[in-house]
Design a protein around this ligand. Structure first.
Ligand code: ADP
Ligand code: MG
Length: 217
């Protein structure tokens, strides 16, 4: 049976991410204090808490409406670059999911690709500049390869998870070329990019949930 991810399932994902972010306060704050202004955890935590508060509304919406509400909520609730980048990413996802009743593997791929493209164009960022792009872009590529190779869902999700984690880890030695880290004397070399790390949490949790849903369907 093909994968079927509903708005209700996506809200489960949002709640799991909110929990993971909430418990990573010290770690993410330390990362952004080393290379930025220290507020990335506050920003992203505020955003996901705002989404959890809207869980009941989101669950009842179509996929496209839900992504639109998520995007608007993040834009309104989250300060900093990440609010605008995630907000625009979800609005892009809303635009490409019109008329879709539920998400399957191909549409989840399309959603992630549209988000990655939108973040890169909004942020004018490319791979290798020590941002969240270094996590999402290679993950989308790995997803594409996995679909092309017709991998099973466990293999596909595993491949994307490994790529997301490696992508975040690869920011360690990169000199920053975007965002606040660019203005640090050491360009953040030797520190992970906080936005890449929180992006990896989201991609890992989404892939784990897809796997779990596949097992029960
Ligand atoms: P701010 O940098 O405005 O304080 P946050 O601390 O919430 O915002 O987010 C910082 C993260 O945003 C960085 O770690 C990086 O991953 C990401 N980021 C910053 N600028 C850009 C950009 N131009 N393009 C893509 N991602 C960016
Ligand atoms: Mg910051």
């Amino acid at each position: 049976m093909p994968l079927k991810v509903t708005s209700k399932d996506y809200v489960v994902f949002l709640k799991l991410v909110a929990e993971k972010i909430a418990e990573s306060k010290e770690y993410i704050t330390a990362l952004d204090s080393a290379i930025g202004d220290g507020d990335h955890w506050v920003n992203i935590n505020k955003g996901f808490q705002a989404l959890v508060n809207k869980a009941e509304i989101l669950e009842e919406q179509s996929i496209s409406e839900m992504f639109k509400t998520i995007g608007m909520t993040l834009m309104a609730a989250v300060g900093g670059s990440s609010g605008l980048l995630y907000g625009s990413a979800y609005l892009a996802a809303s635009r490409i999911t019109k008329n879709i009743e539920y998400l399957d593997i191909d549409s989840i791929y399309m959603v992630l690709e549209s988000m990655s493209d939108e973040i890169m164009s909004r942020g004018k960022a490319e791979v290798g500049q020590k941002t969240m792009v270094d996590c999402i872009f290679p993950s989308v590529k790995a997803f594409r390869n996995a679909i092309d190779q017709q991998l099973s869902i466990p293999d596909l999700t595993n491949m994307v998870i490994q790529t997301a984690i490696n992508g975040a880890n690869n920011t360690l030695e990169m000199p920053a070329m975007k965002g606040r880290a660019y203005y640090q004397q050491d360009k953040g070399i030797g520190h992970l990019d906080p936005g890449a790390v929180t992006m990896s949490y989201q991609i890992v949790i989404l892939m784990e949930l897809i796997n779990k849903i596949t097992e029960t369907q």
